[in-house]
Write a protein that binds this ligand. Structure first.
Ligand code: FE2
Ligand code: FE2
Length: 286
């Protein structure tokens, strides 16, 4: 069973060139409410993006021209520009974490190693199915980031601005690869088969990298901070526990990313964060 994108009319996948204040102002090691474990969770996740978003872009580009839908092809081009700019901003962020004395490349290499193995064995439609599964994960993170106050509470606003922008654009383009997958005849079984492993691997490597950063930060580990980090992820309002409904929603045969309309979250982000937008080149050229 398939249906075409039900993206709300107010949502346009739009590349925006951004300028954030974390670059000039810097941020402390424990930028998230003074908590090493929560700050390092996000630092660890940030190292996934350079190899991860390259994987997404390559998956979409490899199949883009097979879609007989000029509007979707243009949307994919914009998706690639967005993902490319996410990586560029996260590379700046990762370099600043590196300057704080952490071996960031070792963390990034863990994601690269897994994705390189997948590239070596997967056919293009499998790669796209994995991308669709991980885009569902990033859309889930995005919804929590923009809608669950517990997720950003006490964090450095200059760093939050980076993540909130990334979240808003992940929400904006959450259906792009899914729609391409559907257009090319990608089926239900392939879509759901790859999803649990894709989610589990990304979360497992992120947690391993978080532990690595905690070890690099130096002993002793503070058990109260670890308990706080676990509650942040797995408590009642926790980032990961609140994503459980999204995990199960993916298994519905009729699932579409826009079954969940979070366009109001994107609009709210846009209204509050316009000062970070340097330009929207693609809108200007339309
Ligand atoms: Fe992204
Ligand atoms: Fe994305």
């Amino acid at each position: 069973m398939s249906k075409l994108s039900a993206r709300p009319k107010s949502v346009h996948v739009t590349y925006r060139r951004m300028r954030f204040e974390f670059e000039e102002k810097g941020f402390v090691k424990h930028w998230h409410a003074g908590s090493p474990s929560i700050s390092f969770f996000w630092d660890a996740l940030s190292t996934a993006f350079p190899p991860g978003e390259k994987f997404f872009i390559d998956s979409a580009r490899a199949l883009r021209d097979l879609a007989d839908d000029p509007q979707l092809r243009e949307e994919i081009a914009e998706f690639c520009r967005q993902e490319g700019h996410h990586t560029a901003q996260h590379v700046k962020f990762n370099r600043m974490v590196e300057k704080q004395g952490f071996d960031v490349m070792r963390l990034q290499a863990r994601f690269s190693a897994v994705l390189d193995r997948v590239r070596a064995h997967a056919e293009p439609l499998d790669m796209l199915a994995i991308t669709v599964a991980l885009e569902h994960l990033t859309a889930g993170f995005a919804e929590q980031y923009l809608d669950n106050p517990h997720v950003t509470e006490g964090a450095d606003p200059n760093v939050v601005a980076l993540w909130a922008w990334h979240a808003a654009e992940e929400a904006e383009h959450k259906a792009t690869c899914f729609d391409l997958y559907q257009k090319l005849g990608g089926g239900y079984v392939r879509r759901v088969m790859v999803m649990p492993a894709a989610w589990l691997l990304l979360i497992a490597i992120t947690l391993r990298n978080t532990r690595d950063l905690l070890a690099q930060d130096g002993p002793p580990l503070d058990p109260r901070d670890l308990a706080r980090g676990l509650a942040y992820l797995l408590g009642r309002q926790g980032l990961i526990s609140r994503m459980t409904p999204a995990f199960f929603a993916y298994f519905r045969p009729s699932y579409h990313p826009w079954d969940k309309d979070d366009s109001s979250l994107i609009r709210r982000w846009q209204a509050r964060n316009a000062r970070y937008i340097e330009a929207t080149p693609s809108v200007a050229s339309n």
